[in-house]
Design a protein around this ligand. Structure first.
Ligand code: ADP
Length: 399
């Protein structure tokens, strides 16, 4: 069966087509800069070991409808689809599922309505996700569609982890609570880590660290998320590319009183001008590492802040979980930066966390152990694959 995974951002569409027999990718591609004078569309084709870019175009794509039309046309023109009936299902990434969705949901009018109700919680992302769902439903009528939520995996958190210490009425009236994000990635790497350790996931306690442009840590007990670093929004927790993570909320009150910053200014500050970018003027970790090596003090401090916050969360989740079987690194930074992994785990030997220098610097890019054999907590690098997890969950939801 062929399964199409669609991820609609505010001005982009990413997609991958999987063959469920063996779960290999047949094609993937994307549209960037939707709504700008010139958008970019590309599709890459995978066949055995061959990877071929067959389509690359610059064209005007005014909205998601036109973008998805182009994607679906391309799947027929350049292959590998001959007719819609070959498509078993479409899985959509949806950022916020609120409290309603604890697992993926087969899309119908009620599910669309419930996703619409969560728009105030994710005003940038959920409207784009909804556009994608509605346009795909009209372009591919009769093909089952499934919504896979970034928040759903964390719905197993206990109230002590998800309640903020604010008046109950804010939760009752406005659903102010912690939700957590990157759930699909944490769930995928947790499952792969258990397989790597050769143990049932239900017996594994893990700390998973998704370190990309956005970053989050999750404490997993017996395969279930029991705490995570992001909250009502993806702003809480770790230091990220352009978001600073944890901050004294008093800073915002202070700035609004003393720096004439209004809500939009604060939103811009917290989402787009903070984090690594705020500290050193650059949000790309590879470039920051280069600048730090060249002696730039701000870049060095940005790396130190990033790793120090990470270490604090590792410590917190060791305390939450009691016993930890593995610490799992994923995301662009977690998978590729030996330096960040080593710094985050520096001086944690008394907690059973040790990094093996040679294994950590190995050029291997697949799933691997970077701690010495026999260390109490295995440190693993597990490349994430959110699209594959969405495809798998989509199929599982239809069964
Ligand atoms: P996204 O969250 O957008 O999916 P990724 O998971 O691809 O992002 O992560 C992007 C981040 O990973 C960037 O900060 C990039 O610099 C960083 N990164 C990628 N390769 C390396 C590397 N070798 N060393 C350090 N950082 C890296």
């Amino acid at each position: 069966m062929k399964i199409l995974v669609i991820n609609c951002g505010s001005s982009s569409i990413k997609y991958q087509l999987f063959e469920s027999d063996g779960w290999h990718v047949m094609v993937k591609g994307g549209v960037d800069r939707i709504g700008e004078p010139m958008a970019e569309f590309r599709q890459i084709w995978f066949q055995g070991d061959t990877v071929e870019e067959r389509l690359k175009e610059s064209l005007h794509i005014p909205d998601h409808r036109r973008g998805l039309q182009r994607v679906i046309e391309a799947l027929y023109d350049a292959g590998p689809l001959n007719e819609a009936a070959e498509l078993g299902a479409v899985g959509h990434r949806v950022v916020h599922g609120g409290e309603r969705f604890h697992s993926p949901a087969r899309i119908d009018a009620a599910v669309v309505g419930a996703i619409r109700e969560t728009v105030p919680l994710a005003p940038l992302h959920n409207p784009a996700n909804l556009d994608g769902i509605e346009v795909t439903r009209s372009l591919l009528p009769g093909i089952p569609q499934v919504a896979v939520f970034d928040t759903a995996y964390h719905q197993t958190m206990p109230p002590v982890a998800w309640r903020y210490a604010v008046p109950l009425s804010l939760y009752q009236e406005y659903r102010v609570r912690r939700y957590g994000f990157h759930g699909t990635s944490h769930q995928y790497v947790a499952r792969r880590a258990a397989e790597f350790l050769g143990r049932p996931l239900a017996d594994c306690n893990l700390i998973t660290l998704h370190l990309g442009n956005g970053a989050s840590a999750t404490a997993i007990a017996g395969g279930r998320s029991v705490d995570t670093s992001m909250g009502l929004t993806p702003l809480e927790g770790l230091v990220m590319g352009t978001r600073g993570g944890d901050i004294d909320p008093g800073v915002l009150v202070y700035l609004s009183r003393n720096a004439q910053m209004n809500i939009d200014d604060l939103d811009d500050l917290l989402n787009r001008r903070s984090g690594l970018l705020g500290v050193c003027g650059v949000n790309d970790m590879r470039e920051i590492v280069r600048q730090a090596e060249a002696g730039q003090q701000d870049a060095r401090l940005a790396i130190e802040l990033f790793c120090y916050r990470l270490k604090k969360y590792i410590g917190a989740y060791l305390a939450v979980l009691g016993r930890v079987d593995a610490l799992v690194f994923t995301g662009g930074i977690g998978e590729n930066s030996a330096e960040i992994r080593a710094r985050a785990c520096d001086n944690l030997a008394s907690c059973g966390i040790v990094i093996d220098l040679e294994a950590n610097h190995s050029a291997q890019r697949t799933e691997r152990r970077v701690s010495p054999d026999g260390s109490r907590v295995a440190a693993l690098v597990i490349p994430t694959n959110e699209e594959l997890e969405i495809a798998r969950l989509t199929l599982a939801t239809l069964d």
